[in-house]
Design a protein around this ligand. Structure first.
Ligand SMILES: [Zn+2]
Length: 139
């Protein structure tokens, strides 16, 4: 379900997240797709269309997240997903030494990496190319 988000609110969210996916940190300028403003708490679960409940997401993270707020750890335990407006990315995630893989540091980070497939093969490959030209990881 798509909910109307006013243009000014979308602009504010894009600026707040520095035109990067709030989850996988990909830069929109490096991608060939337009990123989407998504509801962190899905509107189908009562999430409001307000700044505090919106983030910028690449289409793939957004598709994998869909209307979910819970993911699974590597051991199969449920954990809530990372909340880009309330949580700090660096508290829950880090980059591997070569910067191509996102490492979940907490159960929230691990569950989010797993559900959103933040280390999908194509993304790991393209991160290595972005790193070669000095565009990755973001700082
Ligand atoms: Zn993403």
């Amino acid at each position: 379900m798509s909910v109307y988000i006013p243009a000014e609110l979308r602009r504010r969210v894009r600026a707040h997240f520095l035109q990067r996916c709030a989850y996988c940190q990909s830069g929109e300028a490096l991608a060939v797709v337009t990123f989407e403003v998504e509801h962190i708490q899905p509107s189908s679960l009562g999430g409001e269309t307000e700044f505090e409940n919106l983030c910028l997401a690449c289409p793939t993270c957004n598709r994998h997240k869909a209307n979910r707020v819970i993911g699974l750890t590597d051991e199969g335990a449920e954990a809530r997903l990372f909340h880009p407006q309330r949580d700090s990315w660096l508290t829950h995630f880090d980059w591997s030494v070569n910067g191509t893989v996102i490492v979940g540091l907490t159960v929230i980070g691990i569950a989010t990496v797993n559900l959103l497939r933040m280390n999908r093969l194509q993304l790991v490959e393209v991160r290595s190319l972005w790193a070669i030209v000095g565009k990755h990881p973001p700082n």
